[in-house]
Design a protein around this ligand. Structure first.
Ligand SMILES: [Zn+2]
Length: 312
């Protein structure tokens, strides 16, 4: 009975959302009423496993993770939530000069066992995106009790769907189920609804965006190596994937320039300091320059890349 009522309500939501999906023309209309807010420098990092490099690019070793947190702390980065970013992007309270949102996907147990103590050691908070249907299933995944503990320690828990299906391959009903049911389950288990949604597999389309908005999420995150956020893209906030193969220089380059090499804060004192702190860094990983195309096709050292090829 309950299942049927939930399903019917979900269908009603899908119908109401499907008739109001934002089209290209509609997206331009609200700009007259919306406050004009400049693009915001607010990098969001995405991690999966912290542990032995058995999961390929998805595993960052504890030593590397500690090195990255240490560097972020030394550079003056301070943790913010994605709610903070969404608010600031719309003209709300400003973020600290060097904000950083650290996120983890899928709810793996090593995030609790290994990442959590390191986050505490270096003074950072993080957002954990969990797959509601996976929580507590087997030794490699976190339990609801552990997620409640994370929240009690000041971290945030977001939704990463019910089954981890790719939105682009699902029907409207299934996308609605993934977005809404995961929110309901997390809300019931943790005593409050998650406010941020992370699209599984980086699979995103207009339906998923509209459903995330309609379901009550404040914002949603995509995967894109760019530190600049915009109010018009609250349901596609960019996240920088931190791969196990990345050097500290790679991470720094994403935080400074993003994949397009566009400097987020032109020549500010902290940027100059950051740049000077990596003299002679090796070329970015990848055969032709950057792992996501930053300075693609050029073999310049990192410092020259940043200085010399912003439109590569
Ligand atoms: Zn995932």
């Amino acid at each position: 009975m309950i299942a049927r009522v939930t399903f019917q309500w979900m269908l009603a939501l899908v119908v109401s959302v499907s008739v109001s999906l934002p089209g290209p023309a509609r997206a331009e209309v609200p700009s007259r009423q919306m406050p004009v807010v400049a693009p915001l420098y607010a990098p969001i990092l995405m991690y999966h496993h912290i542990g032995a490099p058995r999961a390929g690019r998805f595993s960052v070793t504890p030593a590397k993770f500690a090195e990255q947190l240490n560097w972020l702390r030394d550079q003056g980065y301070r943790s913010v939530s994605i709610d903070d970013i969404a608010s600031a992007a719309q003209g709300g309270p400003p973020l600290p000069p060097k904000p950083i949102a650290i996120t983890f996907d899928d709810g793996w147990r090593d995030q609790y066992d290994i990442a959590l103590p390191l986050l505490k050691e270096f003074g950072f908070k993080a957002t954990f995106f969990v797959v509601s249907g996976w929580v507590g299933r087997g030794r490699t995944l976190m339990t609801w009790a552990e997620l409640r503990d994370l929240r009690a320690r000041g971290h945030w828990v977001g939704s990463h769907s019910v089954t981890h299906g790719a939105a682009a391959k699902q029907t409207d009903k299934v996308v609605a189920y993934e977005v809404i049911q995961s929110r309901n389950t997390i809300s019931r288990e943790l005593g409050g609804p998650p406010t941020i949604f992370a699209y599984p597999l980086g699979s995103i389309d207009a339906r998923a965006e509209a459903l995330a908005r309609a379901a009550g999420y404040v914002a949603a995150v995509d995967v894109q190596a760019n530190p600049i956020q915009r109010a018009s893209q609250l349901y596609r906030l960019k996240r920088i994937e931190v791969r196990g193969t990345y050097s500290l220089g790679n991470l720094a380059s994403w935080l400074i320039a993003g994949k397009d090499g566009v400097l987020p804060v032109p020549r500010s004192p902290w940027w100059q300091t950051l740049r000077r702190s990596f003299p002679g860094s090796p070329p970015l990983a990848g055969a032709r320059g950057g792992p996501h195309g930053f300075c693609r096709g050029r073999d310049a050292p990192w410092r020259d890349c940043v200085a010399g090829c912003p439109t590569a």
